[in-house]
Design a protein around this ligand. Structure first.
Ligand code: SAM
Ligand code: SF4
Ligand code: SF4
Length: 370
């Protein structure tokens, strides 16, 4: 570890994180694995490539907060493609195998296919390509799906909260029609970005009456709908427990007309609980971060648009790696800090959530990446 850059770390990280020693780092790299205080390995990196979005989903970027006067990050605050790729490579050397690009709306980041090409060229120490995915609101897929695929994107998740136009427009709050998202999903399928997953955030009294329609529409199509419990991310979405429809209720409501049975998780750390139709026509998923916390298998780190690492979606603070990178730190310095941060990680917010913690100030999901 170079002496000059090693000095930088304590200044930037403050009390938040302490780098591991070079010897410890070499051992972790050799094992290609770093675990936290609960033996959870660092396996996934979610990368927010922009904090901007063309939607104003009421549960994510409510208009009264993210209005015309809202100050998004200036261009020079954003990690460059080179910085993102460098960080992803350093993470892969410590065991990350899966990258998800998100935001904000990731497809609004200029020249996104170029970043995808750079990330698709990365390899794990065992020579494997990283699993490269993207979550999008689908609004630009008609134009961009093929370019994303050609650049090396593996799969895609599209968010769509209802098939009822009035309900969807009220939720995205910019009058964006359902039909255009469906066209985006078709474009993704045609480009070979399947199997496509569709994320539906369920909010009581807002779109829960459209749960079954959504399931029926995609049943048998190969598209997997995943129902997400409305979460208290950030501090602007006015979350209340009463607004959450427990996943068990989602499964029950669908099963009444289209019987479902549980499916084994495909890997440890899988966020969605899987259910398949008993008639063999496909499956759905439920993401129950409120009613059935899955912190014990949480293997995800989040890299914010401006280069901070958050080890939990509900964190209040992140650790700044951008300054470190821009101050000339070498890869060992960065890896040592990341390993130090992860190995002391204790996060388990969803296990300890209460009405009071839900009111605490947390970072916004559009900035940290969903
Ligand atoms: N703009 C892209 C999109 O909407 O797919 C990517 C970013 S978005 C923050 C990622 C995912 O987080 C979306 O599926 C969105 O529905 C979900 N999300 C946002 N706020 C949420 C909340 N309060 N509770 C549950 N899911 C939420
Ligand atoms: Fe934008 Fe996605 Fe948030 Fe909706 S959920 S406001 S599309 S970032
Ligand atoms: Fe992971 Fe934090 Fe969510 Fe728990 S609350 S699953 S630690 S992101």
């Amino acid at each position: 570890m170079g002496e000059s850059t090693a000095k930088v770390i304590p200044l930037i990280a403050g009390k938040l994180a302490r780098p591991v020693t070079l010897n410890a780092l070499l051992a972790l790299r050799a094992a290609n694995r770093v675990t936290d205080t609960r033996e959870r390995a660092l396996h996934d990196l979610r990368i927010s490539v922009t904090d901007k979005c063309n939607f104003r989903c009421t549960y994510c970027m409510p208009k009264d907060v993210f209005g015309p006067g809202y100050k998004f990050l200036p261009q020079d605050a954003l990690l460059t493609f080179e910085e993102i790729t460098r960080f992803a490579k350093i993470s892969a050397d410590l065991g990350v195998e899966k990258l998800r690009l998100t935001g904000g709306e990731p497809t609004l980041r200029r020249n996104l296919p170029t970043l995808i090409e750079m990330l698709a060229a990365l390899r794990t120490p065992a020579g494997k390509q990283l699993d490269l995915t993207l979550t999008t609101n689908g609004s630009t897929l008609v134009k961009q799906a093929q370019a994303l695929k050609n650049a090396g994107l593996g799969r895609i998740t599209v968010s769509l909260d209802s098939l009822d136009d009035a309900v969807f427009k009220a939720m995205n709050d910019v009058d964006f029609p359902v039909a255009d998202v469906l066209k985006g999903i078709d474009a993704a399928l045609a480009a070979g970005l399947g199997p496509v997953k569709v994320n539906m955030v369920v909010k009581r009294g807002v779109n829960d009456h459209t749960i079954v329609d959504m399931a029926r529409h995609f049943k048998g199509s190969g598209v997997i709908v995943r129902y997400i419990e409305f979460m208290d991310v950030g501090s602007t979405n006015g979350w209340r427990m009463d607004d959450v429809i427990p996943s068990a209720e989602v499964v029950r409501r669908i099963s009444e007309t289209m019987p479902l049975e549980p499916v084994e998780a495909s890997y440890t750390g899988e966020v969605a609980e899987r259910w398949r139709y008993t008639d063999g026509s496909g499956e759905i998923g439920v993401i129950s971060s409120v009613t059935q916390a899955f912190c014990n298998t949480c293997t995800r780190a989040r890299l914010s648009t401006d280069g901070k690492i958050f080890t939990c979606l509900f964190a209040q603070e992140g650790v700044d790696f951008r300054t470190l990178m821009r101050n000339g730190a070498n890869d060992d310095d960065i890896a040592a800090l990341l390993a130090g941060l992860w190995s002391t990680r204790t996060d388990r917010y969803s296990e300890i959530r209460t009405a009071d913690t839900a009111k605490e100030r947390k970072v916004e999901m559009s900035y940290i990446g969903g």
